[in-house]
Design a protein around this ligand. Structure first.
Ligand code: DP6
Length: 369
């Protein structure tokens, strides 16, 4: 399958206006995407848990405009106009224009809100871009379904194609966003051991998953809620010419191969080792790029050490992962929830900014509202 698959059969658009709302969750990578080629193609495959509570709700209203002109849209976060979101959305519209030929027919009002606190340091690009991509797909579906010049077959868009194309579009907004549409585990990037996997979109993990991973918990400790010093996009670019890049891409591919058997066997010790090593490798890539940078904070390290001590003394299967920031995702099996929450309350909350954390767990993807 190539990009061409997502260019629609030319249609006559007679829709005047309307609106769609989708909610879409965030996700946390177990094997990380860090480094990309042109057109948002990842250097290595990645796999993530879809989250449940951390999500974005987007309402997209479209209104036919008089002249074709350029892109026309306004963005609101929690009811407040957000012009600083516009450049990212403009770039997204440019990237997806060939796949959504109706984009310049309308003026769009994008109204969005997140369930997690604003500027909590939790990336809203995955949930935000996937929710927006889904709203746009809903519009395209309606246009196609109401185009009487198309044949009955051309007018029907099946669910699989809808989700694939929405994920494909979301990827062009933000790479990790293509892993947010479905759950509970999603793979993005071609991998020989995972049928249907693609560099172009995320797919629901098709292989066997052991009971041990059902309802896995993720408590997100908010260590630093400030603006990141380095954006993910800049970080990805620093993988060009990075002295360890090629080895890292090979390692990620191998880690995903290992993850396939870990998920099947339910081997929690191997899961812990792989996931923590991925998190630290991601940050090691940041520390060894030129220019180099550190996104972990002293409290990130305090928490990691506390988790290691607790695991050693209690035999718990708790582990941590990190995304491109200072916050810590604490992962643990559902059966340990009450003990781990007690440990978090007693020992880790002290290292969180204003004592804040979010209890989340594996979720099942986006929803049309
Ligand atoms: C560290 O998806 O935010 O979270 O494609 O430039 O928008 P862009 O980057 P983004 O990168 C996420 C990187 C990561 C790892 C991951 O989610 O796999």
């Amino acid at each position: 399958m190539t990009e061409k698959h997502f260019i629609p059969t030319p249609y006559t658009n007679s829709l005047e206006n309307g609106s769609f709302s989708w909610s879409s969750p965030s996700n946390i990578a177990l094997v990380k995407y860090w480094g990309k080629k042109e057109h948002q193609i990842p250097e290595n495959p990645s796999i993530s848990f879809t989250l449940d509570n951390c999500k974005t709700t987007t309402n997209l209203t479209f209104l036919r405009k008089a002249s074709h002109g350029g892109f026309s849209f306004e963005v609101f976060l929690d009811g407040e106009q957000k012009d600083d979101f516009k450049p990212k959305i403009e770039t997204f519209f440019k990237r997806v224009e060939d796949y959504l030929p109706f984009l310049k027919d309308y003026h769009f009002k994008i109204e969005t809100s997140n369930t997690f606190p604003h500027s909590s340091g939790i990336a809203s690009s995955a949930s935000g871009m996937s929710a927006l991509a889904l709203c746009l797909m809903s519009i395209e579906k309606l246009i196609i379904e109401s185009d009487v010049t198309l044949s009955a077959a051309e007018r029907s868009i099946d669910e699989t194609y809808f989700t694939k194309k929405a994920s494909f579009l979301a990827r062009l907004g933000s790479g990790s966003a293509c892993r947010s549409l479905e759950g509970d585990l999603v793979v993005w990037g071609k991998h020989d051991g995972i049928e249907g996997s693609s560099d172009l979109f995320g797919v629901k993990y098709p292989n066997d998953v052991h009971q041990n991973f059902k309802n896995y918990q993720d408590t997100i400790l908010l260590v630093d809620k400030g603006e990141k010093q380095v954006s993910s996009t800049v970080g990805h670019n620093l993988m060009y010419g990075h002295p360890f890049a090629q080895e890292r891409f090979k390692q990620a591919d191998k880690n995903l191969s290992d993850m396939i058997s870990i998920l099947k066997e339910g081997d929690l010790d191997a899961f812990i080792a792989l996931v923590e090593s991925e998190a630290l490798t991601l940050h090691a890539m940041m520390m060894t790029s030129m220019p180099y940078f550190i996104l972990m904070k002293p409290n990130t390290l305090e928490i990691i050490n506390k988790i290691w001590d607790y695991r050693k003394s209690s035999g718990s299967k708790i582990c941590f992962t990190l995304d491109a920031g200072a916050n810590v995702h604490v992962l643990y099996p559902e059966g340990e929830a009450s003990q781990v929450l007690e440990f978090i309350q007693n020992e880790l909350v002290a290292f969180c900014q204003k004592g804040q954390y979010i209890n989340d767990k594996i979720g099942f993807g986006a929803k049309l509202l």
